[in-house]
Design a protein around this ligand. Structure first.
Ligand code: KIV
Length: 284
């Protein structure tokens, strides 16, 4: 990823416009301070990543949601390090402005600090990610500290943690009772203390996300967590309406791509059957 020296050193005073300035972890924190909302979406492939970047999305997450929306699995658990690395490489190749964050797959950071550091290092060094994301609370803070110490920016992920689906047994909203809400708030605070630069807050009641956002100096990025987070993230194929079978209330569909794509595929099929494609103009 090419970053000009001007961009690399950009601070609040930079004369470069906010629309073109490289997004860094520092920039996201400035945005929180300035009350500017952070936009984030997921990407797993080159062309989508380039479109997101050209559209001015601030942060691109190479999420392990790829396991579900790209690879068709029921959960995020089957995603392997090598598969994540492949997605991260193609995404970072496309992106010039947005901050690219790579998800650490299930079991890539649970077996000890050294292994976590090795895997995060691969995502940064081989994948060219600019930060990594880990799910978990206080129990993973020692790993966060170790990564941050090594110069690896870490984003936390609290609330619903999809890698723990078999522990929960359900994708329902987390933190609906006060003891769990308090635990999630404490987890977010501990992650900040451990050095995380931002925290994803997934599927919790809006008032809890507001409490977390007020308690932290670092930005919160919400998904299904209401309007009080410092930023919002959605899974791109969901917001594009590519999956007709998945439409929870927190997903706003900005397009109906499943319909558009199916119509195009059907038109192509019909044109081939009817011999109207290709024409002479489309031939050599
Ligand atoms: O994997 C992912 O896409 C995520 C988002 C849902 C935040 O973690």
């Amino acid at each position: 990823m090419s970053v000009s020296d001007d961009n690399r050193d950009s601070g609040v005073q930079s004369s470069i416009g906010a629309e073109t300035r490289k997004v860094t972890t520092l920039r996201l924190q400035e945005m929180k301070k300035a009350g500017e909302r952070i936009s984030a979406l997921t990407a797993y492939d080159f062309l989508t990543a380039r479109l997101l970047d050209e559209a001015g999305v601030d942060m691109i997450l190479v999420g392990d949601s790829a396991s579900m929306v790209f690879a068709g699995n029921d959960t995020t658990l089957p995603m392997k390090m090598d598969e994540m690395l492949y997605h991260v490489r193609v995404v970072t190749k496309a992106v010039k402005r947005a901050l690219v964050v790579a998800d650490m797959p299930f079991m890539s950071y649970h077996k000890g600090e050294d292994e976590a550091l090795g895997n995060a290092g691969r995502l940064m060094q081989d994948g060219m990610a600019e930060a990594v994301k880990l799910e978990g609370g206080t129990s993973i803070c020692h790993i966060v500290e170790r990564l941050v110490d090594a110069g690896i920016p870490v984003m936390g992920h609290v609330g619903l943690q999809p890698q723990s689906i078999h522990t929960y047994g359900t994708y329902k909203t987390r933190g609906t009772d006060e003891p769990e809400a308090k635990k999630i708030l404490e987890a977010a605070k501990a992650l900040e203390k451990a050095g995380a630069f931002a925290v994803i807050v997934e599927k919790v009641p809006a008032p809890l996300a507001q409490r977390i956002s007020k308690a932290l100096a670092i930005p919160t990025i919400g998904i299904g967590a209401g309007q009080h987070c410092d930023g919002q993230i959605l899974v791109t194929p969901d917001m594009l309406g590519m999956n007709t079978q998945f439409h929870p209330r927190f997903v706003r569909r900005y397009a109906k791509l499943s319909e558009t794509m199916k119509k195009a595929f059907k038109s192509f099929r019909d044109d081939v059957k009817e011999r109207t494609f290709p024409t002479d103009a489309e031939s050599y």
